[in-house]
Ligand binder design. Structure first.
Ligand code: 5GP
Length: 192
């Protein structure tokens, strides 16, 4: 998506540890017009998949999910990172290793919000090693929900998450794929 690539080129900052900072427009300060275009693009790609729910993980995914859901006219549900008591067995849980914080955390999602009746589009801001996505896929599997698609704003193509998901057969659309950030120079994978 040219608009997103241009924004990353203009405002993205490469940080040590292969971290791309895009907090000016994507996950701290938010460019709502850009997110609306991103939502429209995910809708264009996945509109024939009979999606009835957008799933993401807090916090950065929520704005993207909401702007996407506007185009599908379906609800958003997000996995929570905060510890949630599971006394009644009323939540799905999964363990995720955080790329940016370098530690494990639990995600939880109330069982009442995901079921075998759901055809889900999972969205997130970044795809790196795919750990966050694995947690969300695990939750979908526990719920018996169908993963109809995965929509990512920025895939770091030099990390294995994207290739693993494509190999596993998921319909994955990454709107910008960064293949290299060596010496602070961003190289995008050409896409149709
Ligand atoms: P993964 O689980 O695929 O390794 O990493 C994905 C998660 O880590 C995303 O939800 C995102 O919040 C965070 N992340 C991974 N790489 C980056 C990065 O380069 N920049 C930022 N801002 N977040 C990242």
């Amino acid at each position: 998506m040219k608009l997103l690539e241009d924004k990353i080129r203009e405002l993205g900052q490469v940080r040590p540890g292969d971290v791309l900072k895009v907090d000016c427009f994507l996950n701290h300060q938010i460019d709502v017009a850009l997110l609306d275009e991103i939502g429209a693009e995910f809708h264009r790609i996945f509109k024939d998949e009979n999606i009835n729910k957008i799933l993401t993980i807090e916090a950065s995914g929520i704005a993207i999910a909401c702007m996407t859901a506007r185009h599908f006219e379906v609800p958003v549900v997000f996995a929570k990172k905060a510890q949630s008591k599971n006394i009644d067995g009323d939540v799905f849980t999964s363990k995720v290793h955080s790329y940016t914080y370098g530690r494990d955390y639990d995600i939880t999602l109330a069982k009442k919000f995901l079921s075998p009746a759901d055809r889900v589009l999972i969205v997130d801001d970044f795809l790196a090693n795919g750990k966050a996505m694995r947690g969300l896929l695990d939750v979908c599997q526990q719920a018996g929900a169908t993963v109809a698609g995965i929509g990512i704003c920025i895939e770091k193509g030099f990390q294995p998450g994207g290739a693993d998901l494509r190999k596993a057969g998921y319909k994955l659309a990454s709107l910008a794929i960064v293949d290299s950030m060596e010496n602070g120079v961003l190289q995008f994978r050409p896409q149709d």
